[in-house]
Design a protein around this ligand. Structure first.
Ligand SMILES: *Cc1c(COP(=O)(O)O)cnc(C)c1O
Length: 363
């Protein structure tokens, strides 16, 4: 089996082996020390300002999305939400549930956000901005530098979901004025699912401290406080945090740029290999995490080949997982991930399978 999904992704042998070990008790100086290392390295790789904090939640990426919105925004805010697909729509749903006033900038599928899209919202009294750096459902990477500039000029607090983008694309919290960035374990960190991480700059920390969310588990004030001594209010995902420590140290040894360029190389290699196939990359601004593909081929009846059917055949007949889309994109788009423990050789296997399907009239 080769897994090209966009999470959970393929883990390396060392991380897998750690997952088979007993889980230690965690209210210890040893675990606290490891957690402080995790905090330091997460802030570093998010390129956050010096006095930033990293918080560790037991829950998938959506838990961190919801916790971020609940803790830094309130009914007094007016938040702009970029909705270019299902993850942007999720931010809007979270605002709606928590009664936070918001407006959506809805984008056509596969389209990036432009200066023109932002213009009508300048100087209109908005206080916050929610965006997914990479809208994983369509594979679009937004121009975070441009968004950062808009937020700075208009005084908006910028909160970024970098769940799929972290490590795959550059993320410069300090330079781009991002106050809060969040990610999850099962994307480019290539760990088991169940852990999410929020990195907050001083402004976001202050917002959290002054807020009072209607939640016990998601009250980030407790995480800020306990984090000072390397602990969490509730039982954390201990084993994943141990694996995270190993993974982050590995990145630190090689350098962040090496890991980012490895993933970029994986994406470029794949995109080069599919040039002769009847597949169109479904966006002009793809993230390095994933390539969204629109099949152009026709079956023996002259009908468009279904993207979902391609996913099924690759899974059932070739033992290869790509990522199908849901909803109205299901037949039009499937996605190939470049994150996790994948090689150029894995790309070659996938493209061979696709070439074979093309010969069989299935792609
Ligand atoms: C994967 C992902 C999430 C988190 O989804 P979970 O299923 O809750 O882990 C959030 N945002 C983006 C952009 C993602 O790609």
């Amino acid at each position: 089996m080769i897994n090209f999904a966009v999470g959970p992704v393929q883990m390396d042998e060392e991380i897998l082996a750690m997952g088979s070990e007993q889980i230690p008790y965690f209210r210890t100086p040893e675990f606290s020390g490891l957690m402080r290392e995790n905090e330091r390295m997460m802030c570093r790789f998010m390129q956050a300002p010096a006095d930033s904090r990293a918080l560790f939640l037991t829950g998938s990426g959506t838990a961190a999305m919801e916790a971020a919105v609940m803790n830094v925004f309130s009914q007094k805010d007016r938040v702009l939400v970029v909705n270019g697909g299902s993850f942007g729509a999720r931010f809007a749903a979270i605002c709606r549930i928590h009664g936070i006033p918001f407006e959506e900038i809805c984008l056509k599928s596969g389209c990036a956000l432009s200066e023109k899209d932002l213009e009508p919202y300048a100087g209109r009294g908005f206080t916050g901005f929610l965006v997914n750096a990479c809208e994983t459902s369509t594979g679009v990477l937004y121009d975070m530098e441009m968004i950062g500039r808009f937020c700075r000029e208009n005084g908006l607090l910028l909160v970024v979901d970098a769940v799929s983008s972290f490590l795959a694309d550059d993320l410069r919290m300090k330079e781009w004025g991002i106050s809060l960035a969040l990610t999850g374990a099962q994307k480019a960190l290539a760990l088991p699912p169940g852990l999410s991480i929020l990195v907050l700059d001083r402004t976001a920390v202050k917002r959290v401290e002054e807020g009072s969310p209607d939640s016990l588990y998601f009250d980030l004030r407790e995480y800020l406080k306990d984090g000072l001594r390397g602990q969490t209010p509730f039982t954390p995902a201990v084993s994943i945090l141990l694996q995270l420590n190993r993974r982050l140290k590995g990145i630190e040894e090689q350098g962040l740029e090496t890991e980012q360029s490895r993933i970029r190389g994986q994406a470029e290699d794949f995109r080069n290999r599919i040039r002769e196939l009847p597949l169109e990359i479904a966006t002009k601004s793809p993230s390095c995490a994933v390539t969204p593909l629109h099949p152009l081929g026709r079956d023996s009846h002259g009908n468009c080949v279904s993207a979902y059917r391609i996913f099924e055949v690759l899974k059932d007949e070739y033992g290869i997982y790509v990522c199908p889309n849901g909803g109205e994109l299901a037949d039009r788009i499937f996605r190939v991930g470049h994150i996790g423990n994948l090689t150029h050789e894995d790309n070659a296997h996938l493209v061979e399978a696709m070439e074979d399907m093309h010969r069989r009239g299935l792609l």
